[in-house]
Design a protein around this ligand. Structure first.
Ligand SMILES: Cc1cc2nc3c(=O)[nH]c(=O)nc-3n(C[C@H](O)[C@H](O)[C@H](O)COP(=O)(O)OP(=O)(O)OC[C@H]3O[C@@H](n4cnc5c(N)ncnc54)[C@H](O)[C@@H]3O)c2cc1C
Length: 395
C-alpha cells in the first residue's frame, strides 16, 4: 500500500520522539510532532559529552544530530508548546491539541534558551515585564511563549506516545540535604556543571571540587519508596562522568557508594575494571549527610571490613538520581485508553513487543515504556516506527 496521505502523530520531542518521527519520514509518511515545552530534545539534549581521550559512547552527540535531522525534514511538522487535549477514536484518530500551559522552573532574565543551537526558536520570552525592563538583554529572534503553541484538531492514522520520563526528585530523600546544602547536586545537575565548566566546580564558591562522592541508586531499587526497578542509566552515567572528571583533573579523589554496579552498555565490563583502578568503590549506601565548615559535607557510612561507622568529609556530593514515570503518564493513559504497568510506565503488549499497545493505532517509544538509555530509546523508537508501518499496511 502507498504511504501517500498517511499521517502519524508523535507526542514528545525527546530523543525517542525525534527518532520515531525521523524513521517514519524515511518512509515518506507525514509526521505531526507534538512537544509541550518550547524546545525539542527532551532531557538528553542537555547532557555533556563524556569523552576522555576516547569516545565513551554516552550518546549525547547523537541527540544533537537527530534534532538537526528533524528540524530540516519537511515531512515532519513540529508543534512546540503544544499539549494534547482530547482524542476522538472513530475511524481515523482525531486529536484535539491546545497551547500547553508550560512554565519554566526559573528564568532570571525573563528569557529561556534551548540547549541546542538547532532549536528554533533558540530563545523564548517567558516574562514580558522583565524583558521590557531590560530590552537590551533580549536576544535577537526571541519569540514570546504566549504566541507559540497550536490549538485545533488533527486527523492521523496512528499515534506514538514518546512523552518520556521524569528524573527522581532528590528532595524526597531528605537526609541527603538536596536543595538545603549547596554542594549536594544530582546527576542531572552535574551534566550541566560539566557541560559549562572545564573542571567540576562547587556551586557554593565556584572552586574546583577535589574530593567528590557519588551515591548510586537514589530513587531506584528503593523499597521505602516502592520504586523497585533499576533505572539502568545511573551506573553508566556516573562512572562516565567520574572518568571525565578524573581526565580533566588527575588529582580529583572520587568515591562511589553503591549496592551493586549494573553491567549495562557496550564494553562495560572492561570499562568498570578500569574505573576500579581510578576510583574508590564502597559497597554501602550512606544515609545521613551533615553540613561542615566551608559548605563541605560529612557522610556517615559503615566500613565493609569491620562494620565500624566512618565519618568522612567531601567537597561535593552527587546523587545519582534515576528514571521515574513521566508526569503526564496518568493523563495520557486516560486520554488514549492505554494501560500503565504497576510502576506507572506505559505497558506494551509483551516483552517481545513493548512498542505496541492493546489499543489499536497507539504505540510507545522510549522511556515512556520504562527506563532506557539514549541508545536503547532510539532502538525502541525505531521498533515503534516499524510497528506503525506494519499497522498502516505499508511494506
Ligand atoms: C541524570 C541522568 C543522566 C543521564 N545521562 C545519560 C547519558 O549520559 N547517556 C545515556 O545514554 N542516557 C542517559 N540518561 C537517560 C536519557 O536521559 C534517556 O534515555 C532519554 O532522555 C530518553 O528519551 P525520551 O525521549 O524517552 O524521554 P525525554 O528525554 O523525557 O523526552 C520526552 C519529551 O516529551 C515531552 N513531553 C512530555 N509530556 C508531553 C505531552 N503531554 N505532550 C507533548 N510533549 C510531552 C517532554 O517535554 C520531552 O521533551 C540519563 C538519565 C538521567 C536521569
Amino acid at each position: 500500500m502507498s504511504t501517500k496521505n498517511k499521517k502519524v502523530m508523535v507526542i514528545g520531542g525527546g530523543i525517542a520522539g525525534l527518532t520515531a518521527a525521523w524513521e517514519l519520514s524515511r518512509f515518506n509518511i507525514d509526521v505531526e510532532l507534538i512537544e509541550k515545552t518550547p524546545f525539542l530534545g527532551g532531557y538528553a539534549i542537555r547532557y555533556c559529552c563524556k569523552a576522555t581521550d576516547e569516545c565513551r559512547q554516552c550518546g549525547a552527540c547523537t541527540v544533537e544530530a537527530m534534532l538537526k535531522n528533524v528540524v530540516n525534514e519537511p515531512k515532519i511538522r513540529v508543534h512546540l508548546a503544544t499539549d494534547v487535549e482530547k482524542i476522538n477514536n472513530s475511524g481515523r484518530l482525531s486529536v484535539d491539541l491546545k497551547k500547553s500551559s508550560y512554565k519554566p522552573d526559573s528564568a532570571t532574565e525573563g528569557v529561556i534558551r534551548g540547549y541546542s543551537k538547532n532549536n528554533s526558536p533558540l530563545h523564548v520570552i517567558v516574562d514580558k515585564e522583565k524583558c521590557e525592563e531590560n530590552p537590551d538583554a533580549v536576544p535577537e529572534g526571541a519569540v514570546e511563549l504566549d504566541t507559540m503553541g497550536f490549538s485545533g484538531k488533527l486527523d492521523v492514522d496512528a499515534v506514538i506516545l514518546a512523552s518520556g520520563f521524569k528524573p527522581f526528585d532528590a528532595e524526597q530523600k531528605g537526609t541527603y540535604g538536596y536543595e538545603k546544602f549547596p554542594n549536594v547536586v544530582t546527576g542531572m545537575d552535574l551534566e550541566l556543571i560539566i557541560r559549562e565548566n572545564a573542571t567540576v566546580v562547587r556551586p557554593s564558591d565556584g572552586k574546583t571540587a577535589q574530593k567528590i562522592a557519588f551515591i548510586q541508586c537514589v530513587g531506584s531499587r528503593d523499597e521505602s519508596l516502592g520504586n523497585l526497578w533499576c533505572s539502568q542509566v545511573c551506573c553508566p552515567y556516573a562512572l562516565r562522568m567520574a572518568e571525565r572528571i578524573k581526565h580533566k583533573n588527575a588529582d580529583a579523589e572520587i568515591t562511589v557508594f553503591y549496592m551493586d554496579i549494573q553491567n549495562v552498555g557496550k564494553d562495560y565490563a572492561g570499562f568498570y575494571e578500569k574505573c576500579k583502578t581510578e576510583f574508590r568503590f564502597v559497597r554501602n549506601i550512606p544515609v545521613d549527610v551533615f553540613p561542615m565548615e566551608n559548605d563541605s559535607l560529612s557522610m556517615r557510612y559503615m566500613n565493609e571490613e569491620d562494620g565500624l561507622c566512618i565519618n568522612e568529609e567531601f567537597d561535593l556530593l552527587v546523587l545519582s538520581v534515576g528514571i521515574m514515570p513521566g508526569p503526564d503518564n496518568s493523563n495520557l493513559s486516560d486520554l488514549f485508553d492505554v494501560v500503565l504497568n504497576e510502576d506507572g510506565f506505559f505497558a506494551g503488549i509483551d516483552k517481545l513487543n513493548s512498542t505496541s499497545t492493546l489499543k489499536d493505532g497507539i504505540f510507545l517509544a522510549g522511556t515512556v515504556a520504562g527506563p532506557k538509555d539514549i541508545a536503547a530509546s532510539m532502538a525502541h523508537a525505531g521498533q515503534a516506527a516499524s510497528e506503525v508501518i506494519k499497522h498502516l499496511g505499508v511494506s
